[in-house]
Design a binder for this molecule. Structure first.
Ligand SMILES: [Zn+2]
Length: 522
């Protein structure tokens, strides 16, 4: 029966211009001027309203991150972080300082583009000679390991490349310590799994961090461990994130057998689509391309053959399970569109994850078929030079936010955490400004594709709720919607018409989920 009025500088995400919002029983009751909202709240049943005053804050609906690996990130927060290492020697010295958990030194986040030397086992062996060590790359499409880890996994010069993967080898045929795509599994499967209590506690702590960042919902692409943790939190009354849980491809048959359908779930957890990979990623040049990468004969890697993908997704859709398909290169995106457009509808829309490069001929196709484009603007912060280098002029179809929106595509934005940070301010900034981490190029990269704050907000809020089959129940601050909202400390320039830099400089000072204050800056 908690009845709360929040008075701020401005409340956005609702049709009317407003400075106050009243919520009760987990739902927004009214939005408008303070006088109107207070009058309405006072005459309503229940206790007198409590008042929160944040006179400088801008209030938005809570942000939903449209693409997360949440438990992986949660666990990764407890491991070595190699993000931001500009040289291999910097990464090696950070790795050297780590202490093993469960007998392994584990970490993630390195980006070897621009390093003075490639990641090799020899470099790790010098500082970590006696303990297995494995580090996921920033885009999680490659794994850098030492010699002990290769030995534990039984990988040597005689090990063949697995399907859809590559063991990088030196001139003599010896593995160098770098594993690409499916080859990472050769080592991953020997790393001890964290126990369920470990996952639960990591997710619980990561949920608090999400609230601190203004994130009130996630659309997660993980398996049983993550889903179990979310369900345990929900059962304990402690889940305060709206979770759309996609299904891993290897769980499809079991899901169909027991009649699990996309859209089924609770107020907190909704069953998503089946996640299938068509290709790799730009950073590792494994995204599958219609034409070769610039200056290379290579067109990337096909991770799932067309016939296999088509059959699996058709069987899924007939059973009520939507398709959630990873496609980054323009060839993979075209194939995803071909397949998804042919599927029967499920209770939630079919969607393409990443959709980083679209051929001009394919631009209107997602909108026409009602396919959601789930994109991660913060990748732009690192990808601008990579797109120019590897895709050249084809980059006009890369991160084509404005072009996709203009033809009516439903855009959902997320982070792909832990590939990028969960912090939605990075994504908002990237989508509005299209600048790299160095602030270049001046005026924005392909600036015609920039979006306004309102358009970006839509992709993080209403569009995400709709993609979860919950249109109209949340994602805006209209009466009757879930009271999931964030008050952002606002520099004077932070307005709906302001720039991305102003939003990036704001902080979430209050986060509310289901009407409950879950984060408040002190
Ligand atoms: Zn991902």
């Amino acid at each position: 029966m908690l009845k709360t009025i929040l008075r701020a500088k401005m409340v956005v995400g609702s049709a009317a211009r407003a400075d106050s919002i009243w919520w009760q029983d987990g739902k927004v009751q009214a939005v408008g001027s303070f006088a109107d909202v207070r009058r309405a709240a006072s005459v309503a049943s229940g206790p007198p309203p409590s008042l929160l005053e944040l006179p400088d804050a801008l209030v938005t609906p809570g942000f939903v991150d449209g693409h997360t690996h949440f438990a992986e990130w949660a666990l990764g927060r407890q491991r070595v972080d190699l993000a931001g290492c500009r040289t291999r020697s910097e990464a090696v010295s950070r790795a050297a300082a780590a202490s093993p958990t469960d007998g392994w030194v584990l970490g993630q986040g390195y980006d070897a583009n621009g390093w003075e030397a490639p990641p090799t086992r020899a470099a790790l062996d010098q500082v970590l000679p006696g303990v297995p060590a494995a580090f996921d790359s920033h885009d999680v499409h490659s794994l850098w390991v030492n010699s002990v880890a290769l030995a534990r996994a039984g990988v040597d010069r005689n090990t063949p490349d697995p399907e859809g993967g590559r063991i990088v080898r030196d001139g003599a045929g010896e593995p160098t310590g770098l594993l690409l795509e499916h080859a990472v599994r050769l080592v991953h499967r020997h790393i001890p799994k964290p126990g369920p209590d470990h996952v639960l506690e990591a997710v619980r702590s990561a949920q608090t961090e999400a609230h601190r960042l203004g994130v009130t919902g996630i659309q997660n692409v993980e398996g049983a461990d993550a889903l179990t943790a979310f369900q345990k939190l929900e059962a304990a009354g402690a889940l305060r994130l709206r979770v759309l849980a996609h299904l891993p491809a290897d769980g499809l048959e079991a899901a169909l057998r027991v009649g699990l359908r996309s859209g089924w779930g609770s107020e907190w957890i909704v069953t998503g689509g089946v996640k299938l990979f068509l290709d790799g990623a730009l950073g590792s040049q494994t995204a599958w391309m219609l034409e070769p990468y610039e200056g290379s004969p290579d067109r990337g890697i096909v991770l799932t053959e067309e016939r296999v993908a088509r059959e699996a997704l058709a069987r899924a859709a007939r059973g009520g399970i939507a398709a959630t398909v990873h496609a980054i290169g323009d060839a993979a995106v075209r194939r995803a569109l071909d397949i998804l457009a042919s599927l029967p509808a499920a209770a939630i829309p079919h969607r393409i994850e990443h959709l980083q490069l679209v051929h001009p001929d394919d631009l209107p196709r997602a909108a026409r078929a009602g396919i959601v484009a789930s994109m991660q603007p913060a990748h732009l912060l690192t990808d601008i030079p990579l797109v120019d280098r590897h895709w050249g002029d084809r980059g006009r179809g890369a991160y084509a936010f404005r072009s996709l929106l203009a033809v009516g595509t439903a855009l959902v934005f997320g982070s792909d955490v832990p590939v990028e940070t969960l912090d939605p301010r990075d994504g908002v900034y990237a989508a509005m400004e299209r600048l790299g981490r160095d602030g270049a190029p001046a005026g924005g990269w392909r600036p015609g594709e920039r979006l306004s704050f309102g358009e970006v907000l839509q992709a993080y809020t209403q569009a995400a709720w709709a993609a979860a089959g919950r249109a109209g129940r949340g994602g805006s601050l209209d009466p009757g919607r879930a009271a999931d909202l964030v008050a952002w400390s606002a520099p004077a320039t932070l307005t709906p018409a302001g720039d991305g830099a102003a939003f990036r400089a704001a902080r979430a000072v209050l986060t509310v989920v289901g009407g409950e204050v879950v984060w408040r800056e002190r």
